[in-house]
Each structure stands twice: as structure tokens, then as C-alpha cells.
Design a protein around this ligand. Sequence first.
Ligand code: SF4
Length: 219
Amino acid sequence: MDRARAVYERLLDYYGPQHWWPAETAFEAIVGALLMQQTSWRNVEVAIRNLKRARLLEVRALAEAPVPAIRRHVQIAGLYQTKPARLRAFCRHLLDRSGGDLTRYFARPTDVVRADLLAQSGVGPETADSILLYAGGHPVFVVDAYTERIGGRIGLFRTGEYRAIQRYFEEQVHRDLMTYQEYHALLVRHAKTLCRRVKPACAECPVESLCDFGRRRKR
Ligand code: SF4
């Protein structure tokens, strides 16, 4: 079996399904992805709860809300000078593009939606792909710092370039929505649990025998 696939099987076996992204709706997943930059998921969860309580977790409601009102609810997620305005601008764009109908918005080809997302303020490749994968149902592989760290240590690729790493996974792992969602979630879990930035717990790691870094450490 190919190494990228074998890593996936072992992580899934070890940690079990991660049920990620924990959003009730596609729009909630979008808001979560937009708020995720430079903060923790715990803070994003609180911000989303606040928006929900204020009945603002809806495309039109957020598009029409004053920025200071949005800021009050999401400031826990940081970057409060930029995130609220970007969130509102993104919702206005959704209204312009598809009348706020997310099924219509995501119905276009993946590359077209991706380019549209990347054209929005504050949306980089990781955010765009998270939205495509978890809100839009497009099977794209999300690359983040954890993917780069774990894949680099294992020796799956020797590059730090986003698209090159993404291409690697998309060529090695059968393109399947659930698999890509699960794989990304498992890499996040693994990076936080065993494959930490400092002092990774290689002796306990389910992929140690597949990992260049782990094998070198053992010698
Ligand atoms: S063996 Fe160590 S470096 Fe390799 S994936 Fe496991 S924890 Fe990370």
C-alpha cells in the first residue's frame, strides 16, 4: 500500500473518526473557517455561539449587520479590526453571487469556486480549501502547518509549497470527500496529540515504522 494511504489507515485506526468539521450547517462551516485564522477553535466556537444567539448566523443577517455589532460577537476570535468587516463583505459577496443560496454558489466547478473564494479579502489557500471541503462538498485536500510538519517528518514530500503538497495527497489518495475530510482532521489530531512541534512522542506513534524522522530517532 502507498505510504500516504497507509498513514491514513493507521491514524484512523488509532484515533477513530474525528467527526470534523463540527458545524450544523454549511454556512456555519464557512463562518468558522473565516474566523479560524490566528486563533484557537475554542474561541471560534464561542464566537459562533454568540452569532447564533444574536440571530446573526445567516447570510443576509450578517450581510446587513453593522460592523460594530458583528465585532461585539466575534471579538473573542481576535483580529477584531479586520475579521468582522471581512465576514460581512464575504456575506455580501455571497448575496451578490448567488442570492445567498450556498447550493447554487458551490454548484460551479471546483477551480471556479476556489478562484472566487481566493479573490475575497482575507481568504488564503487553506481557508478557501477548508470552505470547499467542509462547506461546499468539493473533494480538495486541505494543507495546513500540521500537514506540512507531519508529512515532512514522515518523508512523504520534500517541499513546503502549498499546491505541491496538495497535489501530492490528491495524487496518492483516492479523491473522496469523506476520506479527505477525515484525513485532514486526523492530521490535526495527530499534530496536537503525538506529533507535536517540540518533543514528538514517536515511541507511541502508530506511524513510526513509516516515518523517516521516527526511524532516525530510534537508531
Ligand atoms: S514517528 Fe514521530 S515524527 Fe513521525 S509521525 Fe510519529 S510522532 Fe511524528
